[in-house]
Design a protein around this ligand. Structure first.
Ligand code: GTP
Ligand code: MN
Ligand code: MN
Length: 364
């Protein structure tokens, strides 16, 4: 790219065809666009939300700092509205529209409520409509809460304090040691944002497997009971494996169905490592545990490493460009009517005809 060529000249249309590092040069722009994406999501406008997310993701992959809108050239995936926001931030340092959103009562309340573990946009929106505005309101008006939401509210401050990498590694070691008691040889892999190189995150995503097929069955419930008996679990909600591989090769259904591994959404009681929580001695940390049979492990690893947008783009690419269905269990070729097995993430990219993107470059 010469000095005169537009910055975005070589930009591929799908995020999974691009390398997106953790740190990039257009933070103020992507923050503005992601605020609007979030706000659109709060309003139930999924399409609009996706458009802002796409635009932000494109900027994250630019090789340098954008100083004028013209440098973008005719980039794919950045619509009129996003261009206007970019121009405002470039010219004035802020976008009036974004600032207005950030100050609005609805946005602030939705943000407060959706930060409760177990509260999604629909619930938060209903509460807002009913006139609720604060966490205290929820208690004083005896709002009906699920067990998950009660735990989320009880540990609100801890769960909204970022998990540091050291803490994530400590949780990983605890789980690894516990797993060895029940299933020697099993492995525990840190996925999610930490695998992409993030120094902190909102939870710890751990993927469990065993090199011998079938040995992993039943591991999760034994693991969680043991951790619980040690006083290490503050909340847990487990789900059984419902992926019916034994029913024979059937093409996966909808692209966006939640995957069906044995999994556990939990809150761990982590002994303090110093930092906030050190005075009290412990800190509540969100942990996702997922168990995958070894044959599905590369798909699970790819699916649980993220980012969310990178995953969405991988699936869109697979379906629109390759007539394949990708999920966290398998890759299915709808033309040849067969599953494409893989022993590594690299092989999945090969099946898709994509250049391999290492985890640290999947921060789309
Ligand atoms: P932080 O945790 O906020 O630091 O970022 P993260 O990228 O780790 O996000 P998160 O823990 O929410 O998700 C990690 C990855 O797991 C993302 O790529 C998600 O797409 C994926 N993921 C989360 N929940 C599910 C799920 O229910 N099914 C599947 N298949 N993937 C999921
Ligand atoms: Mn995570
Ligand atoms: Mn997670």
């Amino acid at each position: 790219v010469t000095a005169l060529a537009p910055l975005g000249q070589q930009m591929a249309p799908y995020a999974c065809q691009r390398r997106t590092p953790l740190l990039h040069s257009n933070q103020p722009l992507t923050e503005a666009l992601e605020t609007l994406a979030e706000e659109a999501g709060f309003s139930g406008s999924e399409g609009r939300s996706l458009a802002f997310t796409r635009a932000a993701s494109v900027l994250k992959a630019l090789p340098g700092r954008l100083s004028a809108l013209e440098e973008l050239g005719p980039l794919p995936g950045i619509g009129e509205h996003s261009r206007r926001v970019i121009q405002d931030v470039l010219e004035d340092g802020v976008s009036v529209e974004v600032e207005r959103v950030k100050l609005s009562e609805r946005y602030r309340t939705m943000k407060l409520f959706t930060k409760i573990f177990g509260v999604g946009v629909r619930t938060a929106s209903r509460w807002y409509q009913e006139g609720l505005r604060t966490l205290l309101d929820l208690q004083e008006r005896n709002t009906k809460l699920t067990r998950q939401q009660q735990a989320g509210l009880r540990h609100y401050d801890d769960l909204n304090t970022p998990v540091e990498r050291g803490e994530a590694e400590s949780v990983g070691r605890t789980v690894q040691e516990a797993v060895q008691r029940f299933l020697p040889g099993a492995s525990v892999t840190l996925a999610g944002g930490f695998r992409r190189g993030k120094p902190r995150g909102h939870d710890v995503d751990l993927l469990l497997t065993h090199p011998e097929a079938g040995r992993e069955a039943g591991l999760l419930s034994r693991l969680v009971s043991w951790l619980d008996s040690q006083g290490l679990i503050l909340y847990q909600h487990s789900q059984e494996n419902s992926f019916a591989l034994c029913e024979g090769p059937e093409p996966p259904g909808s692209r966006d169905v939640l995957d069906r591994f044995e999994r556990c959404f939990s809150i761990f009681r982590l002994e303090a490592q110093g930092g906030p929580g050190a005075a009290r001695g412990w800190k509540a940390v969100r942990v996702d545990l997922v168990v995958a049979p070894v044959s599905q492990f590369p798909f699970a690893l790819l699916g649980w490493t993220g980012s969310r947008h990178f995953e969405r783009e991988l699936r869109r690419f697979a379906s629109h460009e390759r007539k394949m269905v990708l999920n966290s269990h398998a890759l299915y070729d709808t033309m040849r009517k067969r599953f494409l097995p893989a022993a590594s993430e690299e092989e999945i990219f090969q099946h898709l005809g994509l250049e391999y993107v290492p985890p640290g470059q999947r921060n789309a």
